[in-house]
Ligand binder design. Sequence first.
Ligand SMILES: NC(=O)CC[C@H](N)C(=O)O
Length: 392
Amino acid sequence: MALSAFSHAQPKDATGVLVLADGTCIWGKGFGASGSAVGEVCFNTAMTGYQEVMTDPSYDSQIVTFTFPHIGNVGANEEDVESRELGAVGLVVRQDVTRHSNFRARDEFVEWCVRHGKIGLSGVDTRALTRRIRIRGAPNAVIAHNPRGQFDMKALKKQAAEWSGLEGLDLVPGVTRDAHENWQGGYWQLGTGFSKADNRKPHVVAIDYGAKDNIFRNLVKAGAKVTVVPARTSLENILAMEPEGVFLSNGPGDPAATGEYAVPVIKGLLERDVPLFGICLGHQMLGLAAGAKTAKMFQGHRGANHPVQRVGGGWGESEGLVEITSMNHGFAVDGETLPDGVEQTHVSLFDGTNCGISIKGKKAFGVQYHPEASPGPQDSFYLFEKFVGMLG
Ligand SMILES: NC(=O)CC[C@H](N)C(=O)O
C-alpha cells in the first residue's frame, strides 16, 4: 500500500487506522493485536529499544510513533522488556515491520505484539505525522486494527473526541504492583544473563508508580538491596521497613493527579530526612512535595539522545557538562516555580525545561531522564552510585 495520506476516505486495502480527536484519519496496514485503543499520540526518536519503549509503563495510554523506520530488526525476546504486560497501547511505523536478524531474537516483533496486545499501524508517513505533532501538539486518538478492514468510523471518531486526555489523569493504580517484592534481578551481561542480587546493603525501598525493571537492576548494580512496594504504601509501612533510602520511580499520567496520595508520603519522608532519589514521575512528585509546580508540556521529550546540562547542585569541575540522555515525558517540573529550598541541577538543552532538582540541606534529588538507559560517552549511571553512596 502506498504511504497513507491523511484522508477521510478509506483506501481499499487498509486494515488499520489512526483516528485523531479532530476527525482526521490516517490509514495504513494494521499489525499486531486486533481491536482498538485510545491514547495520546506521541513520537519517539530513538533508533534502538522499541521493545523497551512498548513495555515501559510510563507510556500507558500513549500511542507511539517511531520516527526510526527499521522497527523489528532485532526481533523480540523475553529479556529486553521493562515490564511484563504494560506500556504503550499502540505504535505507528512507516515501513512494514522488518523480519528479525539478531542472535538474541526469540520471536518476530509482530508476533510479540499480538501476544502482548499491542496494536500496530504501518505504512504511515511518520515524518508528516511527527511534523504535525511538533507544530500542533500531541493529539488524542484511537488506533484500530481489523484484518478484514471493517471499521465503525463513527464510533472511533466519537471515542477519540471524547477521551479526556492525559492531563489530570492518574494512571498509576493500573500499573503499580499489588504486593511488596524483594527485588532479585541484577544487571544483564552477554553470556551470563541477569546476575542474582545478593543480600547487599544499604536497603532501598523503591515505590513503584509504574516502574521500569531496569531501574531496579541498576540500583542493585550500584550496591543496594531493593524492596519494591506498591504506590499507595503508607509512610508508616515504608518507615517500618527501615530503609536507608527511598527511591521514587517513573510512571504514567499527570504527576499533579497522582500526587494527591503520593506527595504526602514523600513530604513525610523529606521531613524525616530519609534520603530520596526520584526519576521522571518520581522526580516530578518530589518537586511537588518540595513546593514546586508541574505542568503539561506542549512538546514532550521522547527519545534516546536528549542533551541535558548540569547547571547546579555542586558538580564542581563537571558543572556545565552535557549528558546525552534517554527521556520519555510529557509533563515537567516548572523551573520557574522552584521555591527557595530547591535547586535546579539539570536543564534540557533543547528547550531549557527543568530536568533535575536537588533539595537543599537534604539528601534528596531527582532527574527527569532515564539514567539507566542513557547512552555514553557520559552515561548517567553515576546518579545511582551517587544515591547509593550517600546512604547508610
Ligand atoms: N517517564 C515518566 O515517568 C513520565 C512521567 C509523566 N507521566 C510524564 O509524562 O511526564
